[in-house]
Design a protein around this ligand. Structure first.
Ligand code: SF4
Ligand code: SF4
Length: 166
């Protein structure tokens, strides 16, 4: 009986495909609809922040995990193409249930749930992800925010969207 058991183990060792992933060196692929860590996006051409501080994500969040505080843009100190920007943006990851409602509610596609599942923290304070943590890096064609922009270019309360129903 013992020999039979050992033979079964040996057979599985030699013939079956390895399922162990050597994390963190090797990352497991996720499904295309996977919802992971949030990212606050920028516009690729200018580097301006997509978030206009409208708080629709905060209103849509069923877990009350998001806190947004908006401030006014000016041409001397511009963060987003809209009238306002998020001066504070926080997500409490201990509350978040990764439903994606914030992503769906956002009119400028600023907040998205990425495929990053590395969400470890050691205390409650570290579970509050701030705007600085969530904002993506400046893209190659853009500039960091705040930016000085020419007068009369950004006059809309919310930026133009190619297809608002998209
Ligand atoms: S994914 Fe859902 S629970 Fe998490 S912050 Fe967005 S709306 Fe709230
Ligand atoms: S992330 Fe989107 S929905 Fe939330 S405040 Fe910014 S623009 Fe509004």
């Amino acid at each position: 009986m013992l020999v039979r058991g050992l033979l079964t183990t040996l057979k599985a060792f030699l013939t079956e495909k390895t399922v162990t992933v050597q994390y963190p060196e090797q990352k497991r692929m996720v499904r295309t609809r996977f919802r992971g860590r949030h990212v606050l996006r920028r516009y690729e051409d200018t580097g301006l922040e997509r978030c206009i501080g409208c708080s629709l994500c905060e209103a849509a969040c069923p877990a009350d995990a998001i806190f947004v505080e908006a401030s006014e843009n000016s041409d001397e100190e511009r963060y987003s193409p809209g009238e306002r920007y998020a001066s504070t943006y926080e997500i409490n990851m201990l509350r978040c249930i990764f439903c994606g409602y914030c992503e769906d509610a956002c009119p400028t596609e600023a907040i998205v749930l990425s495929d990053n599942y590395e969400l470890s923290f050691h205390d409650r304070a570290s579970a509050i992800y701030t705007k600085e943590m969530l904002l993506e890096p400046v893209p190659p064609g853009g500039k960091p925010t705040p930016q000085r922009t020419p007068p009369g270019v950004y006059t809309r309360a919310i930026p133009e969207m190619s297809d608002p129903t998209d």
